[in-house]
Write a protein that binds this ligand. Sequence first.
Ligand code: GLA
Length: 348
Amino acid sequence: MTQRTTRAPGRVNLIGDHTDYQDGWCLPVAIDREVVLTSSARADGRVVVRSDALGSELDTSADAPIASVVPAWGRLVVAVLRVLADRGRPTVGFNATVASTIPVGSGLSSSAAFAVAVAMTADPTLAGGQVALVAQAAEHLASGVPCGLMDQLASVHGRAGHALLVDCRSRHVDPLPLPDSVEILVVHSGLARQLEHSAYAQRRAACELASANLDIATLRDATAEQVAHDPIARHVVSENARVLECAAALRRGDVDAAGRSMLASHASLRSDFRVSTPELDLLVDLLVGHGALGARLTGAGFGGCVVALVPTDVDIAEPVSVKYATMTSLTADAFTVRATDGAATIEE
Ligand code: GLA
């Protein structure tokens, strides 16, 4: 029987947070941390997925009531099946095992990668752009969090050695080579993201209110002058400009300028958009103090990870982790990530 292995990477966002759901710009990187779904088709249409790491198994179908699916991680699987069915897609049943090297709840898009892998397994003929949209709709359905499309696009369109300049309005993804002189360090603060579901929805609603008041579709269309007195909207508008500055700096190999854009992004997420935490702020300070060119919280905020751009010849993971532990009694997990290709399936 044909066995299929579908790999979907997580992502780290270099810059451009809380812009995707306002049609803005972001610069994520698909990383060498991934979800792997190994499957074989079943004739009866059922979907059975086993996780050895979690010690649990899901046995379900597209019509199961999502909120009562157990184990709870299976809700996203059913949501993907439901979205595909609602779109009239011809899905296949399958037996699968799932494994993941993406830390859960850290802001590295473990659930987006999982949804992408499930969508590609349940509907092998679904086109790449559609995979991202199906995975996003499933996330909305399963968790109620009104996420944007950045995570799913990054997982689908990743390119080895490249960051991805994403225009979230056109959904155009422009791969941009990462300079050899730097590496990307991710540091988990040791605190899982908190309040992220309700606070994320609140921030998004505040952005929607701001654009409605300005009588524009989204904050992508606002000018700096129009939002000067609204810190939430001001972040989105200034962040879009920083993404483009950072991308231009990377293109010309000016890693110092790219790092400065990242630092300005963190300041804006902290003071204007207010999604940082004292621990994330401390990590950013420590990383820069030890030689990072730039550092910022990455993803939704409220805990999770920071991302840093670090010269390849500087080793800061160890001293930063030690200092952070003595100052907070939390354990930071620091690891370098490599930019990888997007989700793919191999048949054996
Ligand atoms: C989460 C969401 C994304 C994006 C980021 C913030 O990761 O899933 O769509 O909004 O937060 O940039």
